[in-house]
Ligand binder design. Structure first.
Ligand code: NAD
Length: 495
């Protein structure tokens, strides 16, 4: 039986899209599994005028919309733990009402003073909320009670704004009480990177620049900006995807083995890796990063003609780049990354390309054999989860030729169905106080420092946009970036 966790949750932005679509259904899963039982309460707060009944009806709908039966005793008992209080986060005096409700529910449900504050709303309010939570006395002060603050992305829009935000949060919460969400870290196959590396001699003993030629990380989206245009146009792919998700994945791939499998040790190694990531000078940033914006095709409008996008927008919807680590393990082995909207397909994968054998003994003078291919280990993150290892083997005939074959492991459909959603894992981690799958401030700050330099260089020059066709894999410059190094993307269209 799982350990029961006790807490009163306070969700700011409690009537928002994220809360209804992801957070409440995830809490319900934790309840069904026994991680939450009777000693918890959830307060939703936002500016909307609702009462408990209307809020509970909305929770019921959110559970139903995510495929749950809501006529069961279990669902109704769960929903009875939900309360609503309207509140404007900028009104300091009104926090007293939230405090009173939290204290009351804490007693009613015997939550032992544990408090989780989840900020699921626009980031400009994060600093104010954290400050008011402290000054207005909402933080638990019992010796054994915990206070945890969960922050949605984005965490700043550059290093300076992120630092300001972090300084504001630090006045009320210690670093180990702050849980910065990067939902990619809640994905099964991202967490599997550590198992794959540190659980297999075969993998980890080759995991360095002597045997690995290059590593490729691709986060490809099929859709355009949809209804997120007004946010996205102020952000762009570099800030929206590279600074957080891609940098997190890359740091897991690049880090050294942690002393122990704890959040402190894992974070220490990720930070060390990010510190050795080369921050480019102007010339290198211009050479090693390319950007793109999608054009139009058939009925598909170009980015500049999407709703809520200015017609002269220079926001990038695609990024590709080369990352270099200046350390003993990775010196000389580039990490290529790319992400974009309106690409050929929706998927996330990591391709680890090994060096070819130093000597190809099958390529003797009269041989008809094609040269040996590189071994490639692919980690499929989504939509399908699994691994694939490409090896060379003998063809099944009387002569002697080789051909590439693949060893595939795909998580089966039932297992995939049973895999917890990232938000369920992450909420469970918050309840446990485990920061492994959240971004620490040092990680966030090194990632911004790297990304800011690319942005600075891009801002010096007007881009030639649009420059890629919808449903392709981005602009020609992304191909040139890797071909210049006599390499190619492992995932290409039609392979
Ligand atoms: P949303 O716009 O749907 O909801 C915002 C919530 O904040 C609403 O409940 C609104 O009433 C409340 N609010 C706004 N101003 C307020 C004020 N002054 N006082 C009190 N309440 C106020 O937003 P969302 O899509 O749920 O996103 C929330 C956060 O999560 C954002 O930081 C977003 O970047 C992040 N996020 C969302 C998603 C997603 O899938 N929706 C994914 C990743 C990250």
């Amino acid at each position: 039986m799982p350990t029961e966790r006790k807490a009163v949750f306070l969700f700011f932005g409690g009537t928002g899209d994220l809360a209804y679509r992801k957070l409440y259904p995830s809490l319900f899963n934790l309840y069904r599994k026994g991680n939450l039982r009777s000693h918890f309460a959830v307060i939703g707060t936002s500016r909307a005028k609702l009462d408990d009944d209307k809020f509970r009806a909305a929770i019921k709908k959110s559970l139903a919309d995510s495929g749950n039966r809501t006529d069961s005793k279990e669902a109704n008992d769960f929903i009875s733990h939900f309360y609503y209080q309207d509140h404007d986060v900028t009104d300091t005096a009104h926090y007293a009402v939230l405090k009173e409700l939290m204290d009351k529910l804490d007693k009613k449900y015997k939550a032992e003073g544990h408090r989780i504050f989840y900020l699921s709303m626009a980031p400009q309010f994060f600093g104010t909320i954290a400050q008011d939570l402290k000054t207005q006395g909402l933080l638990a002060d019992g010796k054994d009670a915990f206070n945890r603050l969960v922050i949605e992305k984005p965490f700043g829009r550059d290093y300076d704004s992120a630092k300001l935000l972090n300084d504001a949060l630090s006045k009320s919460f210690d670093e180990n009480q702050i849980f910065r969400i990067d939902h990619y870290l809640g994905k099964e196959m991202i967490q599997n990177i550590e198992a794959l590396r540190f659980g297999n001699t075969l993998v980890e003993s080759l995991w360095n620049n002597r045997y690995i030629d290059n590593i490729q990380v691709t986060l490809s989206e099929k859709l355009g900006v949809e209804e997120r245009a007004s946010y996205y146009d102020n952000s762009g792919a570099l800030r929206d995807m590279v600074q957080n998700h891609i940098m997190q994945i890359v740091s897991l791939l690049a880090m050294e083995q942690p002393v122990a499998f704890t959040d402190t040790d894992i974070r220490a190694e990720k930070v060390k890796a990010l510190r050795s990531l080369r921050v480019y000078n102007v010339a290198d940033a211009a050479t090693n990063f390319v950007r793109g914006q999608y054009g139009s095709i058939n009925d598909q409008a170009d980015y500049r003609h999407e709703d809520n996008v200015p017609h002269d927008s220079t926001t990038e919807t695609f990024v590709a780049g080369k990352l270099l680590f200046d350390n003993y393990r990775w010196s000389g082995t580039p990490f290529y990354i790319r992400t974009g909207k309106m690409l050929a397909d929706k998927f996330t994968r990591v391709d680890v390309v090994f060096k070819r054998p130093l000597v190809d003994i099958f390529a003797f003078p009269q041989s008809q054999n094609t040269p040996l291919t590189a071994n490639v280990l692919t980690i499929f993150v989504e939509p399908h989860a699994g691994f694939s290892l490409q090896l060379n083997a003998k063809t099944n005939d009387t002569g002697f030729s080789t051909e590439p074959i693949k060893l595939d492991y795909l998580v089966d459909a039932q297992k995939s169905k049973d895999t917890p959603e990232p938000y369920e894992r992450l909420l469970h981690d918050v309840l446990k106080g485990d920061g492994t799958n959240f971004s620490s401030w040092p990680e966030v700050s090194y990632a911004w420092k790297f990304v800011d330099q690319i942005r600075r260089v891009w801002d010096l020059q007007e881009p030639q946009f649009p420059n890629y066709t919808p449903h392709s894999m981005g602009p020609a410059a992304a191909e040139e970036l890797i071909q210049r190094d006599h390499r190619e993307w492992v995932y290409r269209l039609n392979n």
